[in-house]
Design a binder for this molecule. Sequence first.
Ligand code: COA
Length: 570
Amino acid sequence: MGKKDLVIRVAGEGGEGVISTGDFIAAACARAGQEIYTFKTFPAEIKGGYAMYQVRTSLEPIFNQGDTFDVLCAFNGEAYEVNRPFLRPGTAFVYDYPDGDFEPEIPPGVFAYPIPMSKTAKELKSYRSKNMVALGALSILFNICEKTLVEVIVDKFKSKGPENLNFNLEAFHKGRSLVESVVKEDPWRVDDPVDPKDVLIISGNEAVGLGAILGHLRFFSAYPITPATEIAKFVATHIPKVMGVLIQAEDEIASLSQVLGASYAGKRSMTATSGPGLALMGEMLGMASMSETPVLVVNVQRGGPATGMPTKHEQSDLFLAIHGSHGDASRIVLAVEDVNDCIHMTAEALNLAEHFQCPVILLSDGSLAFSTQTVPAPKVDAIKIVDRKRWNGEGEYKRYILTDDGISPMADPGTPGGMHVATGLEHGPTGAPNYASANHEAMHRKRFGKLDAVVNLIKPTQVDGEGHADVGIIAWGSTIGVVREAVTRLRAEGVKVKGFYPKLMWPMPVAQYEEFARGCNKILVPEVNFQGQLSHFIRAETSLAPISMTICGGIPFIPIQIMNKVRETL
Ligand code: COA
């Protein structure tokens, strides 16, 4: 089976325009009808340090960034040094020469294309445009659609003024002319353009913002934090169009407090943060649980603890999301797999918060937050909106009245007869403080018991594969996309392997885990954290004894790592 994708990695120093170059390649390919999946990693500093952007493109669906690159474009010596071990025979290597800061040794079998990127940019008296010289060269060498590239360059730089746009276009065309007569020997080329599909080209963070707006979000408050800030940026642009409100709060505690207040006032409300922010929100999560106030907290996980590795990928907030609070605090925890999930599950998470009147934490992660993917344009009419159960005005209003399903009607402030206290103190049915032991137990049973129904309202966990398997892989978050590909490739080799991809992390759909495990000899759980956090919950809540596979180097898994582990397990 021939290779059906192409992976281009651009690397250099933060501030050299690596990220823009990758964005341009990704957007141009997507506009030319390709599927794309991007991965970028950059330092926490504004300038300096190693920045990398990888674009995987194919005419077929792709679920992750791929094992490694086919084409490397290095802007500086550090980019060469970092990626040198991955320059295998057959890869194409484009680099800045002769005015770059390095002189590479070309490994045997590597196709080398020295391009005078810095020199040309200097000659054009626009040093900033070095990346555009490289982009021009890449476009000819690897058949990246010129028409769509020019479109995206114009879209990006026109806002920076005509002079900026002109020197960048000039540099781009100069880059193309530099390689017009180069004899190309490597096999790598992007597929020719096809009719564009009805897709969005959108990042994980933007998709969360879009899902929120489509899910009828009306109030958003957050404190900026990498890698979640772009969610607020997206919502800030679009929420005024639906008469909603966004506030940048003074910190995360204030933001969740405001979200609770808005929700109490009857509005669909959310915040977005990352691990340190979620940690600060612990007290207000307890308040949301106790006062049964619907709130959505999107947590984009990053390398931790503490300031940790703020721009790097990790899946290490599962413990915090599920149990981070004081007392026995009920909540629902979901985790998204890809950009498409970011749209649809954010809307669904708002519904769940409203329906169950509790905090919902939606986990995304650093690689997904920054990953741009092509996703089907959402069908707005198909997005279901579930409103909270509201009081019908009959009889005496009791905010926390005990009901069969544990859900009590809410009354917006100002509703005649609906005056009530929503409090963090333990309370009886009316909301008045009540510390009687029997009442505390009854109210705990209400707050936790109502969540038994969550599992029935969410699609059952997807099982990838049929029949009996030697190895069953359980994956969550963006690791699912990597496992999907590993499973497909292993199966093509004749390995009996299945996948199980939970999105409802808490309450755990225990029966579904048990059912899946019955069809597998061994269970493997790969996740990007040190402690094997999902493995821990599986061992605690089910009868499964999974093999935990963890990495925590700030980058996601790649399919070959999972494949090798499965072979080893067998
Ligand atoms: N002509 C003019 N401007 C250009 C250009 C060109 N040819 N190429 C790039 N630029 C501009 C970009 O438009 C961008 O400006 P913008 O922010 O106004 O859009 C800027 O130069 C940076 O270029 P970009 O390609 O986006 O990034 P880079 O590869 O140079 O890397 C980063 C810079 C992304 C690493 C860095 O700026 C950054 O944001 N670091 C992370 C900071 C952070 O989140 N820290 C965590 C704190 S807890």
